[in-house]
Design a protein around this ligand. Structure first.
Ligand code: ADP
Ligand code: MG
Length: 375
């Protein structure tokens, strides 16, 4: 298989912060970058050679993007099937349509995981208020998640008892959903695996993640968890990437239950918020790894050279004027990453702080001090 050499053009479906940071890594390695995004002034536009401004289901636009690129990848999995097929006709799409069609639909994703022997929590497919009602009777309190279109906890509704079934179904706009049993979580972790078309696979050390209101608040790598758990997590992620014959990178979000059981939460075949630490902790960032993987270049070293932590910065911070960046940057080992988004809105990811430390706890203490100082 031919490599896609530096100097070639990489297309990215999606121009948010993940596309922007991928584009920056690609440019460091001498690639040209074209981006497709509904917003011509998207976060990635500042570092792209070309922006195709179009919706993610616009097949003509996807064909236009791909026809000027040597390979196409993505930073968001909710791309219309026709657009993915159109792109594939003009350039290799990595990751390919097979993994994307499974991951795009939460129900299909869960069935695939269960059928391929990967551990997941108990759930039911639901397509009516009555089915949510009976799922609650069988499983107890639920988180009902629409099969299509949610992220950062959106399109999800908690149902504590049967009286809430009808309301929940209305809140989900009567969309087919999965109803998951609310799990008693000890902790959450994620694993990032990279595979190139010629078959080489590497895995980053797992990250330890803390969510607030269902959105990632902070993350630290390597996860300070027992090796028994992190080794098992790495094996699961590697197994999933192999089963899909992944071309690109894949983040596997996992739950650790109080009794130590490890379950797969969900899959994201793209860069992931919980691996932003790789930019400061590892010799290869997740973004460079994606570039290497889709170009079929030798994959980079995934070891953590030192622990790293990140803390997300949401639009809320801007409500009372600009954040105190200088106070955050005065903390030792801390870096600022802003995505160049113009409109700060509550809950919108605007950037993150990162820090390195001698131990995961140390990195976390530093980034947390910066996150307090910035307010
Ligand atoms: P998203 O696609 O928005 O990331 P997730 O399914 O990963 O949605 O859910 C977001 C977060 O909500 C999880 O990381 C976890 O903290 C919490 N959560 C989701 N499902 C469950 C569950 N079944 N039990 C307990 N907590 C859950
Ligand atoms: Mg998630």
């Amino acid at each position: 298989m031919a490599i896609i050499a530096p100097g070639s053009t990489i297309g990215i479906l999606g121009g948010g912060q993940l596309g922007r940071m991928t584009a920056m890594a690609a440019r460091t390695m001498g690639y040209r970058v074209h981006v497709l995004d509904p917003d011509a002034e998207c976060a990635a536009s500042a570092v792209a050679d070309r922006v195709v401004a179009a919706k993610f289901d616009d097949a003509d636009a996807a064909a236009d993007l791909a026809s000027h690129c040597d390979v196409v990848t993505l930073e968001i999995e909710q791309i219309g099937v026709a657009a993915l097929e159109a792109a594939t006709r003009h350039a290799p799409l990595r990751p390919g349509a097979a993994i994307l069609s499974v991951v795009q639909d939460r129900g299909r994703q869960k069935r695939w995981l269960a059928q391929n022997g990967f551990p997941i929590g108990e759930y039911r497919d639901v397509a009516s208020a009555e089915e949510i009602d009976s799922a609650t009777r069988e499983l107890g309190p639920l988180i009902v998640k629409a099969c299509h279109g949610g992220y950062d906890g959106r399109s999800q509704v908690r149902v504590d008892d049967v009286s809430q079934a009808r309301e929940a179904w209305a809140a989900l706009a009567a969309r087919p959903s999965v109803a998951e049993r609310v799990l008693d979580l000890e902790s959450e972790l994620s694993v990032l695996v990279a595979r190139r078309p010629s078959g080489e696979i590497v895995v980053f050390p797992p990250a330890f993640n803390v969510h607030e209101r269902q959105i990632l608040a902070w993350s630290v790598l390597p996860a300070p968890l027992p090796p028994r758990i992190t080794q098992q997590a790495v094996e699961i992620a590697r197994g999933i990437a192999e089963s899909f014959r992944l071309e690109g990178i894949l983040a596997v979000e996992m739950f650790v239950l109080r009794d130590g059981t490890l379950l797969v939460n969900e899959l994201a075949p793209r860069p992931h918020n919980s691996f932003h630490e790789t930019e400061v902790a590892c010799s290869t960032s997740q973004f460079e790894q994606l570039v290497r993987a889709v170009c079929d270049l030798p994959l980079g070293d995934t070891r953590a050279l030192r622990p790293g932590a990140i803390f997300n910065l949401f639009g809320d911070l801007w409500l009372n004027g600009p954040p105190r960046f200088e106070a955050a940057l005065a903390q030792p080992g801390v870096r600022l990453h802003l995505y160049g988004k113009r409109g700060p809105r509550p809950g919108r990811k605007m950037g993150h702080l990162s820090a390195i430390g001698d131990t995961p706890e140390d990195a976390l203490a530093r980034v947390r001090a910066a996150a307090i100082a910035i307010q």
